[in-house]
Design a protein around this ligand. Structure first.
Ligand SMILES: C=C(OP(=O)(O)O)C(=O)O
Ligand SMILES: [Mg+2]
Length: 413
């Protein structure tokens, strides 16, 4: 049935860190699509600007006065035209006037309204837009958390994650990560006298551990849980190295500083010693060459993923692909500001034989749209292991899997 945008409403609400964020509703006259945007803490230098000067109030004001008058009466299935119009209304290179959280919310709320109006699930609607085959992405779960997502006493590396390999289903993979989370909590309580059960922004455990000690604990936990669930689980990292880079060296509080060469050596060593499945942002966001050197050295032994280096930007991804800077690309819709540009970023990565991982932000909302984007066109979903705003996506993945009888995205190791 042909729809028409009849109203656009905005509101200010809380994200999981207790900060303000924006929610947008696109109303087709009773059929409503709604999206609320997340926010990052370790924000890439090249990301779109999430909030304009004046914050959420300013974004709401601009949507009411500039976006809404231009979108009323439009056919919501004109997703790409609407997304281009949002860019035109913003008028900047990086959504610094509207705020990419506002543009992303309008964009995804429009897609949700259109999908509903067509009687489709969002993942089905996006699959039609992209011509892709849905699959259930492997979940990357944050188990131990540090860096910018926790206090000074935490691990230096931002995220110690697990990912099930060859799980029989997405549902069993999601539960496996949660079991590892529980097991790591038990180990930390037993082995670290000062551990008080604290968690970081993404609900990974926060503990005063060296990188190696955190990995040892993860290894112990995945050994036990793999035996229990009957499939392999591997460890992974998000180094978020831009947060450590001071312009000449990577600064480690619990260890010596490392220059680029020794950082590459260090990461290679960790990959070999702990059989890491996936390493995100091992180097600074501007070091395309370092990324390329590491990716070539590692080959297809591990997934080397770029987050801050690419910022879901198709030009930066293309530049990286030309020199083999990564074999996996992280995708965060509000880094770029529209669904169209998010899907373009995925397209560039996939054309270059890279995997993509659709990701939450550290300050999340309970919206589950990223589960649909990941099912429509990605192989991995990175959205925590536990916690309400994280399980909103993981549980949606389970519902989608049940509805669609969809195969798991990555098989083999
Ligand atoms: C999810 C991440 O953190 P943030 O949302 O703080 O950028 C990340 O770095 O991958
Ligand atoms: Mg990251």
């Amino acid at each position: 049935m042909k729809g028409e945008i009849k109203d656009i409403r905005t509101r200010k609400l809380l994200n999981s860190r207790g900060e303000e964020t924006i929610e947008v509703e696109v109303d087709l006259g009773g059929v409503v699509g709604r999206f609320s945007s997340p926010s990052g803490a370790s924000v890439g230098e090249h990301e779109a600007v999430a909030l304009p000067e004046g914050g959420v109030d300013k974004s709401m004001d601009l949507i009411d006065n500039e976006v809404k008058p231009r979108l009323l009466g439009r056919d919501p299935t004109e997703q790409f035209e609407i997304d281009s119009l949002l860019k035109e209304i913003d008028g900047t290179e990086n959504f610094s006037r509207l705020g990419s959280n506002a543009s992303t919310a309008v964009s995804i709320a429009t897609a949700k309204a259109a999908a509903k109006n067509e009687g489709m699930f969002l993942y089905e609607y996006i699959s039609v837009l992209t011509g892709s085959n849905p699959s259930i992405p492997l979940p990357l779960g944050n188990i131990i958390e540090g860096g910018e997502h926790a206090g000074e006493g935490a691990t230096e590396i931002q995220e110690f994650l697990t990912i099930p390999v060859n799980p029989p289903s997405g549902q069993q993979a999601v539960f496996a990560n949660a079991l590892v989370h529980h097991e790591v909590g038990r180990i930390l309580s037993k082995e670290i006298p000062s551990f008080g059960g604290g968690k970081g922004d993404e609900l990974g455990w926060v503990a005063p551990l060296t990188t190696e000690a955190a990995l040892e604990i993860l290894q112990k936990a995945i050994g036990k849980i793999s035996d229990k669930v009957g499939f392999e689980i591997k460890t992974s990292l998000d180094v978020a190295a831009s947060e450590m880079w001071d312009g000449s060296v990577y600064k480690y509080r619990r260890d010596n500083d490392r220059d680029t060469e020794s950082q590459i050596e260090f990461i290679t060593q960790l990959i070999n010693d702990y059989d890491l499945y996936y390493v995100e942002d091992p180097l600074d966001e501007n070091d395309f060459e370092g990324f390329s050197k590491l990716t070539k050295k590692i080959g297809d032994k591990s997934l080397i993923c770029g987050d801050d280096i690419f910022t879901t930007n198709k030009e930066r991804i293309q530049r990286g692909m030309e020199i083999g800077a990564a074999n996996t690309v992280l995708i965060k819709p509000n880094q770029i500001g529209t669904l169209k540009d998010t899907l373009k970023a995925i397209e560039v990565a996939e054309k270059n034989n890279c995997y993509t991982a659709v990701s939450h932000r550290s300050g999340e909302t309970t919206d589950s749209a990223i589960a649909h984007i990941a099912v429509a066109c990605s192989e991995i979903i990175k959205t925590g292991a536990i916690g309400g705003e994280r399980t909103a996506k993981l549980n949606e993945l389970i519902r989608i899997e049940e509805n669609g009888n969809i195969p798991v995205a990555i098989t083999g190791d």
